[in-house]
Design a protein around this ligand. Structure first.
Ligand code: SD4
Length: 316
C-alpha cells in the first residue's frame, strides 16, 4: 500500500506526480520532495515557494521542514530567502545529527554551500499584492490571516512514512517571524510505526497545541486518523477560546501506516488532496459540523474556479 495526503487543493498536481513515483516503488522521501517542489515552483500559489507573499519589508522569507518517520530525523529551515526549493534544503538537513534546523543567513549559507538553486522568490504578482495591501492598510500593516501552507504525509510500499511542509508563512509578517511549519510537533510529525500529520492555519495558535504531535499521539492510542484529527482540532479550538476568547484558523491532515486518513478544520473552505494506491487522486472540501468534519468531493466547477481565481490577471 502507498498513499499521500496533503493540505489544500494546490497539492493535487504535486501529489499526483509523487503518487506515480510511489506506484513505481520510490521511497516516500523522494516522492514527497517531488510533490512539494512542484508546488514551490508553481508561480500562482501565493503562500508556498516562488510567488509566495512577502513579509512587511517586501522580502519573501520561507519556512520548510522534513521528517523521516523511521529514524525521526528532522531537518528544517526558517526565514530562508532566495532559494528555489526550501523543502530540498530541509530534507538535506535531516541527514545531519546536529545543526539540522537553520534560520535565515545560516540556512542560506548552508544551502549555498550545498549547491542548491538560488532564485529571487519575489514574483511580480507578489509585488502587486504587496503594494495593494500597503495602500489598503495605509500606515498600519497587519498580518494577513490567510493560509495555504503545503503539508504532505507520504507512505511508501515499504511502510515508511515521511512528512514535509513548505510555506511563505503569513503575508505581511514581521521580518524573522517563524510559524509552526518548520517546528517539530506543531507543523508536522511522523512515526512510521503509527502515522503522520501536518497542520496549516495560524502558526501562533497551532503551536500552542503541538497539534501534529498530538494527532500522532492519538493515533498511537488507537484512534482512527479521522477521530484523531477531530479530537485534536476541536480540543485546541475549545481550549484557545476558553483561555484567550478566540482561536485562529486550525486545519490538519493525517494518515496512518495503513493508508487510512483523516482531516479536520475549524474554518470554512479548507480543502485537501489525497492519492492512494488504486484510487484516482482527488480534492475534497471539508466542513466542521458540530465537531464532525465532513469531506465532500470538490466539483469540477469548484476546481475550475480555484485555478481561474489563482491565475486571474492582477492590476494595481
Ligand atoms: C504559518 N501555518 O506560518 C503557517 C501559515 C499557513 O497556510 O498555514 N499557511 O503560520
Amino acid at each position: 500500500m502507498w498513499a499521500m495526503i496533503a493540505t489544500w487543493r494546490m497539492a493535487l498536481e504535486g501529489i499526483t506526480a509523487g503518487g506515480e513515483m510511489l506506484e513505481h516503488g520510490a521511497a516516500a522521501g523522494e516522492a514527497l520532495e517531488k510533490a512539494i517542489c512542484d508546488i514551490e515552483d508553481f508561480p500562482y500559489y501565493k503562500s508556498v515557494g516562488y510567488g509566495g507573499l512577502p513579509n512587511e519589508e517586501m522580502e519573501v522569507e520561507l519556512d520548510a521542514a522534513y521528517m523521516d518517520g523511521n529514524t525521526f530525523d528532522i531537518g528544517a529551515v526558517a526565514a530562508i530567502k532566495d532559494f528555489a526549493n526550501p523543502i530540498k534544503v530541509a530534507k538535506r538537513l535531516s541527514a545531519e545529527s546536529v545543526n539540522c534546523m537553520l534560520v535565515s543567513e545560516g540556512a542560506e549559507k548552508f544551502a549555498h554551500k550545498e549547491g542548491f538553486e538560488r532564485k529571487n522568490m519575489l514574483s511580480d504578482r507578489a509585488k502587486i499584492h504587496y503594494r495593494k495591501r500597503v495602500k489598503e492598510t495605509a500606515q498600519e500593516l497587519r498580518p494577513y490571516i490567510g493560509h495555504d501552507t503545503v503539508g504532505v504525509v507520504a507512505l511508501d510500499q515499504h511502510g515508511k512514512m515521511v512528512v514535509g511542509t513548505s510555506t511563505s508563512g503569513l503575508f505581511m509578517k514581521k521580518k524573522g517571524r517563524v510559524g509552526d511549519s518548520p517546528i517539530s510537533g506543531s507543523g508536522f510529525y511522523a512515526d512510521s510505526t503509527v502515522g503522520g500529520a501536518s497542520a496549516t492555519g495560524l502558526g501562533e495558535d497551532l503551536m500552542k497545541g503541538c497539534i501534529s504531535y498530538e494527532i500522532v499521539r492519538l493515533m498511537k492510542e488507537g484512534h482512527h486518523p479521522q477521530a484523531a484529527c477531530e479530537i485534536a482540532v476541536n480540543n485546541l479550538d475549545a481550549e484557545l477560546k476558553k483561555r484567550r476568547g478566540k482561536a485562529g484558523d486550525l486545519s490538519v491532515v493525517a494518515m496512518n501506516n495503513k493508508g487510512e486518513y483523516g482531516v479536520a478544520t475549524n474554518i470554512e473552505g479548507f480543502s485537501f488532496a489525497v492519492c492512494r494506491e488504486g484510487e484516482t487522486p482527488a480534492v475534497y472540501l471539508v466542513k466542521n459540523v458540530d465537531g464532525k468534519c465532513i469531506h465532500e468531493l470538490a466539483s469540477e466547477e469548484w476546481l475550475n474556479n480555484y485555478m481561474q481565481t489563482r491565475m486571474a490577471p492582477l492590476s494595481e
